[in-house]
Design a protein around this ligand. Structure first.
Ligand code: FES
Ligand code: FES
Length: 180
């Protein structure tokens, strides 16, 4: 089937098998290996991306379901060489150990903060309960999300402005891929 998807600001048109999952499309066709596969059974959240602005586990979504949609991966967050405030907060709060869960955690945290810009600790833990960290570094992950929330609050300075500027647009050049 032929799909057209906007990923991290670039439009792609590809032929895909109907059974191909979105995470495999992102990694194998587009080379977006920042999105990782932990379980491939929708348990761990490592593969979390945004589909039309909402987090999804991309191992549980078919590539054909993303046809006509906007996908944002961890690789599409930085702007002008500046990390997204949530990425920066993970760095500042040492919220990763091996880093395998980190892309999915960050994508889920951004979605969580879009729904609740000032979550308390319980709300952060609840919002991230679908994302597993095998290094069990949850304490600093929660701290990082709350730190990001403060820095992204309206009027909090450059980080807040960066978020408002960071909407993915579909103006980027198009790319037509081949394949089966
Ligand atoms: S790889 Fe998708 S949830 Fe684990
Ligand atoms: S930092 Fe290793 S799995 Fe979370």
């Amino acid at each position: 089937m032929r799909i057209t998807v906007n990923v991290d600001g670039t439009r792609y048109t590809d032929e895909v098998e109907p059974r191909m999952s979105l995470v495999h499309y992102l990694r194998e066709r587009l080379g977006k290996t920042g999105t990782v596969i932990g379980c491939d059974t929708s348990n761990c959240g490592a593969c979390t991306v945004h589909l039309d602005g909402h987090s999804v586990k991309s191992c549980s979504v078919l590539a054909v379901q993303a046809d006509g949609c906007e996908v944002t991966t961890i690789e599409g967050l930085a702007r002008d060489g500046q990390m997204h405030p949530v990425q920066q907060a993970f760095h500042d709060n040492h919220a990763l150990q091996c880093g395998f869960c980190t892309p999915g955690m960050i994508m889920q945290a951004i979605d969580l903060l879009a729904d609740d810009p000032d979550p308390d600790e319980n709300a952060v833990r609840h919002g991230l309960e679908g994302n597993l960290c095998r290094c069990t570094g949850y304490q600093n992950i929660v701290r990082a999300v709350r730190d990001a929330a403060q820095k992204m609050a309206p009027g909090a300075g450059p980080a807040a402005e960066q978020v408002s500027d960071s909407e993915i647009t579909s103006r980027a050049p198009s790319h037509t891929g081949g394949g089966n």
